[in-house]
Write a protein that binds this ligand. Sequence first.
Ligand code: ADP
Ligand code: ASP
Ligand code: MG
Length: 404
Amino acid sequence: MKIVVLKFGGTSVGTINRIKKVAEIISSYVKQKYKVIVVSSAMSGATNDLVKKSKEISSNFSNAEYDVLVSSGEQVACSLIAGRLIHKGYKARSWLAWQIPIYTDNNHKFSRINQINKNKILRYLKSGGIPIITGFQGINKEERITTIGRGGSDASAIMLATFFKAKRCIIYTDVEGVYTTDPNKLKSAKKIKIISYEEMLEMASLGAKVMQPVSIQDARLNRINIEVKSSFNKKSGTLITKRKNIIKNKIITGISSTQNDAKVTLVGVKDKPGIAAAIFKPLSKNSINVDMVVQNISANGKETDLTFTIKSDDLVKTKKIINENKSINFTKLIFDKNVSKISIIGVGMVTTPGVTFRMFQALANQKINIQVISTSEIKISVLVNKIYVKKAILVLHKEFKLEK
Ligand code: ADP
Ligand code: ASP
Ligand code: MG
């Protein structure tokens, strides 16, 4: 069976007119003799509204009920798509994750899909039907509804493509593909024709919303080539694939930035072994992810300052944990939400010397102060004041000739 998985994001199904367009896209694949599996997200804004409601009803809303609530947006979108296809004369129906079922692990809010029962969908495809499957949701062993993290319908699509051995997996979104940086933030951003899983994973993890990071991990593991394209026009998009398939690598492939980081500084902590561990242990126990870390060498050999970053959402919790931590002393605790992490990503930097210098010099020329630095083999991240984000992206985009 020549199967294609088509995933539609929130904006692509954001209005009745958009959904009518989506039905046309689906029908174009049926005409090309594909067996089409459709995955849809909720209409844009729907999931955010539900999350807001959960917060209004309780500051400590149950995770299991959160999943039941926030997964409901997908049901609406899928039913509307199926309804339009039926209107056009096709055999189509909506499938909620539990009806298939799509199984996940037992976690709520951030589950991972681990099994998809193929029988019913295969039978339906063979009978000429077009299944319209809810993204983002699954059920666990206890048959409770789960969700797989914000932006998760990308991962739903990849896992469906994996289990059904699809020939193609196409992510339809509101931009024409993956760009060198967010095209809604920088006009000169350029569409990338082909990008490796590794680079896409870094770009997504470091703030490029266009693909959910987990979905890229799943795609890489299962060797699923992903095509990202626009549901608004027919232009060619981006192929996300293995590194071997890419002939020419630029030094830097893309630039990402984050909106939701916060910086924490402990002033005057003892400069002795075990202190960093004493600070971070209770944070990790409470599932608070510490990202960038910098510790200064103490001038007097006694005290030093320790700075690290966390997600802004974890700020209140972090404050409480540090203040209640009896095993550490410090003179002052400083929090700063006005920070953003800017990252340059590219496999080319492995073999090219001087990339770090060029990044730092370009920022220095604009008088942009770097607060914290972290690096990996294929990325360099710097923390800067939020007011410089646009400027920083612009100058780095120029420095590494990404608009060319
Ligand atoms: P969907 O609802 O289709 O899943 P998302 O809103 O999750 O779409 O992701 C698409 C958005 O990602 C774009 O509108 C764009 O603003 C943003 N984005 C951020 N970084 C990039 C990038 N490097 N390339 C393309 N889009 C990006
Ligand atoms: N509707 C869900 C969300 O907004 C899933 C998705 O968009 O992929 O997070
Ligand atoms: Mg998305």
